[in-house]
Write a new protein. Structure first.
Length: 162
């Protein structure tokens, strides 16, 4: 499911960027929202297309934010993208496909542990602990557990006395 979450994040980012670009270009070339609406002879068709493009323009930043932070495995982003996916499923045809896929990925029981037990951050400028650092940390932990502190000595005496 890790690959599905990464793919869902990338698809939402692309959908948000493309939706914002297409909607913005359509509205600018049509002379704004009212100009775009008046551009069509059939008022019903103009209203439907204007409403769809406005909804896409409003959903674009939500898809972008959700896609970015789901790829970073933030738990709040999972819940946020579930809501965005449900709203996207109303936007036929591409939004419906992305919304249903998003709901399937994020509501699958195998996906939840990915967000509660986040993997270590990787990427530009972020260092991930190597084998030597992991070994050193485990040695330090083992030595602190086996130290000659008063509590450990008392614990040993109590165990030996029982």
């Amino acid at each position: 499911m890790d690959k599905h979450v990464a793919l869902l994040g990338r698809l939402n980012i692309a959908y948000g960027i493309l939706g914002a670009l297409i909607s913005s270009v359509a509205f600018v070339s049509g002379g704004g929202i009212l100009g775009f609406y008046r551009w069509f002879d059939d008022r019903f068709f103009g209203l439907m297309l204007t409403t769809t493009l406005t909804a896409q323009l409003l959903m674009a930043p939500l898809c972008l934010i959700g896609g970015i932070f789901v790829r970073r495995y933030h738990d709040w982003a999972r819940i946020f993208l579930i809501v965005v996916s449900a709203l996207n499923s109303l936007n036929f045809p591409v939004g419906s496909l992305l919304g249903v896929y998003g709901l399937w990925v994020l509501l699958t029981p195998e996906t939840e542990p990915l967000f509660t037990d986040r993997p270590p951050a990787q990427g530009k400028g972020k260092k991930v602990a190597g084998k030597k650092a992991i070994r050193a940390a485990s040695k330090a932990k083992a030595s602190s557990e086996n130290s000659d502190s008063p509590s450990s000595i008392l614990g040993l005496k109590r165990a030996a006395g029982d």
